[in-house]
Design a protein around this ligand. Sequence first.
Ligand SMILES: *Cc1c(COP(=O)(O)O)cnc(C)c1O
Length: 222
Amino acid sequence: MDIQANLKGILDELPAGVSLVAVSKFHPREAIEEAYRAGQRVFGESRVQELLGKQPLLPADIQWHFIGHLQTNKVKYVAPFIAMVDAVDSWKLLEEIDRQGARCGRIISCLLELHIAQEGSKYGFSFDECREMLGNGAWRNLRNVTICGVMGMGTNTDDMRQVAQEFASLHDFFTELKQDYFAGDSNFKEISMGMTHDYPLAVEAGSTMVRIGTKIFGERIY
Ligand SMILES: *Cc1c(COP(=O)(O)O)cnc(C)c1O
């Protein structure tokens, strides 16, 4: 695996304005260091234990994204350093991130995860659940979170028309939320979609942030 060449290949073809989260879950510290030496600073992990094991051993200017399902009782462990929680899938979790952010004097960036796939991940708000949460307005009182946009995962299928449709639906939903709740809010700007097998489609559909693991680091060993 030539991690640096893989990284360069991806970065060279990503349009300006699309950022890369290098998904390093299940890969060792050495792999992350190699990507770091090539200039990558944003990494994604999906398990708290694994992240807590790696973070202290790696450079302090790494921006860690938590991309997996985060249990509310574990927020306190990542709150002191996490750069973004990419997959907020409940009001309870958003509230807890706010509470823990306040405890450590931080304002934590979050993305709202929408369930757009037919199959695969069971996590994420439905569009209606998300509308309902934002519609009741309580989120406006949270001082220690910033809602920076939306995140979603397409169905894991070879039917690229279906995946393209799912990405388009997330883009439309972002536009709706922007209009209805975040019109004057320049922080609300991210549409995080696209992984190794579908990121070109996601970019075409307006992704601003892709999350790529396998194409950089190789297959994960579970
Ligand atoms: C693992 C994971 C990725 C990266 O997947 P690859 O197929 O290895 O690129 C992206 N997003 C989430 C939420 C993940 O869990």
